[in-house]
Design a protein around this ligand. Structure first.
Ligand SMILES: [Zn+2]
Length: 344
């Protein structure tokens, strides 16, 4: 977690939970509470002459549905929802996509990978998938308590996403998509999730970044247990460099968590530096072979427990795999069956 005091925050007040603020003509900021440690998500409503576009959905909770129903009766000026666009698969973004799609009889916009991952969460894991994930987490150092928590957590996650019964409208990188208030360019970022859609409006000079350029939190980049040798951090760093080329520094960034801000290029540089610092710290600390859990204290100030170990393992492994791909480290299995990393 890092605060960046040099960013320019044009709004000193946020909307109340369930309320909206118009941040720039025809773009409204809706704040939705979340039942997790990250206690809110920002959703965006785009107003057109004929109707509205919803960007991201909130988690599938009773409270979120009540807020949406309230918005539909009081805030849409008697115009319908025409389009729904989900930036990525994480439950706070995609949880109510199916419910909203049914309610408005619309096929939501998704990238293909994010749609398929959302469906996967909704279906739950079968025994084979669970075995693959647990095998990976055991090699990363999960104890029995953390393994049991992982199984429980999957069931809970399944309850926070609604069934996607409709098809979807596919988003591609560089595509221009017409939403209620005009044209938006899709810019895909990989690494935080498989194929996260960001939206840039040149006309409004607005960048809806989802979780990609959060102002104060460095978004989690995790190795997918189904691809234990993957290098998502490389994809993530490349995606950030690419975004920097595509958006101007003075764009108004609308993030999914925290306040809207200006200073996109500085924020990208800060996030890049954060990862390079972590890579250096890890490399310096592997003066002798180390397991994943032995590196937690190098990367995290807070105590790692069964609740946050999934993010800690993901983040640590993404940096380790990056260094392996760079041929700076090698990965093996030690006598206890744990991943062990050494300098080459
Ligand atoms: Zn996310």
């Amino acid at each position: 977690m890092k605060q960046n005091s040099k960013l320019d925050y044009p709004f000193s007040k946020r909307p109340p939970d369930g309320g909206t603020i118009e941040v720039t003509p025809n773009i409204f900021w809706l704040r939705m509470p979340l039942p997790i440690a990250l206690n809110h998500i920002n959703l965006w409503l785009l107003e057109g002459d004929e109707g509205w576009t919803i960007i991201d959905s909130g988690m599938a909770t009773k409270e979120s549905k009540t807020i949406w129903n309230n918005i539909f009766t009081k805030s849409l000026k008697k115009k319908p929802v025409e389009e729904i666009l989900i930036t990525h698969m994480h439950l706070d973004h995609s949880g109510l996509a199916g419910w909203l799609a049914n309610k408005w009889n619309i096929e939501p916009h998704f990238t293909e990978k994010e749609f398929l991952e959302t469906v996967k969460i909704n279906n739950g894991m079968n025994d084979d998938q669970q075995r693959i994930y647990l095998d990976y987490y055991k090699k990363c150092g999960y104890d029995e308590e953390a393994q049991l928590h992982f199984i429980e957590r999957n069931k809970y996650r399944q309850s926070l996403v609604t069934n996607l019964e409709s098809g979807f409208q596919e988003l591609d990188d560089q595509q221009t998509v017409k939403l209620s208030n005009g044209l938006w360019q899709i810019i895909i970022a990989q690494g935080h999730s498989p194929s996260h859609a960001c939206l840039f409006s040149e006309e409004n000079n607005v960048f809806i970044c989802g979780d990609v350029l959060l102002p104060r939190i460095t978004p989690n980049v995790s190795v997918n247990p189904a691809y234990p040798d993957g290098n998502p951090l490389k994809d993530w760093l490349d995606s950030l460099e690419n975004i920097k080329q595509k958006i101007p520094d003075d764009v108004l960034v609308l993030p999914s968590h925290g306040y809207p801000y200006k200073g996109a290029h500085l924020r990208i540089e800060t996030i890049l530096k954060n990862h390079h610092d972590k890579l250096n710290k890890i490399y310096e600390n592997i003066d002798e072979p180390k397991t994943v859990v032995e590196l937690f204290s190098v990367l995290f100030e807070s105590q790692i427990n069964k609740h946050n170990i999934v993010l800690a393992v993901g983040e640590t492994m993404s940096h380790l795999n990056y260094l392996v791909a760079e041929s700076k480290l090698s990965k093996s299995i030690d006598k206890n069956g744990l991943y062990s990393f050494s300098r080459t």
